[in-house]
Each structure stands twice: as structure tokens, then as C-alpha cells.
Write a protein that binds this ligand. Sequence first.
Ligand SMILES: [Zn+2]
Length: 188
Amino acid sequence: MLTETPPRKANRAEFLESDRIKTLDLPQNGCWKTCAKAIESAMKAGTSADVRRACADFLAATSEFYRTPTCAVRVLAARPLRVRENWATELFGDYNPETMLIRVWMRTAVRKEITSFGTFLSTLCHEFCHHLDFQRFGYPDSWHTRGFYERTAALYHHARGTAPKRLFWVPTADGRWRIDWPRTNRGA
Ligand SMILES: [Zn+2]
């Protein structure tokens, strides 16, 4: 995971705020976990309509909790040719801020392998965090900042019921940040 370069002038303050906000309020109950489990079961045994329904339930629950409009979701069999984001890490989904539509796909583009549940859920959380940037934080854009990735991870771990990891970042030569995976996995 690699962050974006901060904008030089316009929206710089919002970018820096997005970089700083590393946590999200999370519900006290296990309702998102139940929704996530339903997605997992649908991926294993259901049709793509079942997966879509389970994703829609998950997003309805998260949207309600954060008091944003509910975003729509489309589950595609394979990655479409045109993808809004051209990030190397963004292989499994996208979000359109105008239509508030999340698209996720179940197969990788090149080798047509089935996306794992973990990757699929993490993509859904990632795209939902783009929705939050526009609809909850009111940012004019949604950047991949350190804070953005931290918020996505908080959402993901809560939904999956796994312990959140502390993310360790290292600066790159061009003023961006990337995750130090060895340190992050070691936890120190
Ligand atoms: Zn993204």
C-alpha cells in the first residue's frame, strides 16, 4: 500500500486531515460481522445475486451507522475493462462518487482466479471508505492517505472479527508513504 502525493494547493488541508484521522467509530455489536459472514457463505455456496444481496446488507448497515446515504453495490463476475481508479492495488473494486455506486468483482482480470473472501471484504471496506470520505467527512476528493488505509483496516478488522494490526509506515523518496510489511506483520 502506497499513499498519494499531497496536492500542492487546492484541497491540501483536507488531504492532511484525511492523513491524520486514523480511527473510525465502530459499533458495539457484532452486526457487521454477521453481515460479513453472510458474504463469505454466499461466496462459497451461493450465486452472484446472493453475494450482491449480502454486500448490500453489509453496506446498508455501515451506511446507517455512519448516517450517510446508502451506497449501491454491483457484484461483477470479472473486472470490467474500464476502471475508475488506476491504482495497482485497486484490482478488485471501484467507487463512483457521483452515483455512489460501489462495484466489486469476484475474479482477477488476468488469470481469472476467484478473489479470496479476505481480499473481497477488504476491497468492499476500501470502497466504502471512499464513500465515507465524500459523504461523512465532506471531502471534495478521496485520497489514499495513511489515515485512509488505517480507517479501512479498522473497518475490515471489525467486520472480520480479527485483531487490528498497527501499521508501520516508511517515507518514500518522493514524499509518499508505504507500509513496512515486515514490521507491520511483526508488530514492532
Ligand atoms: Zn481506492
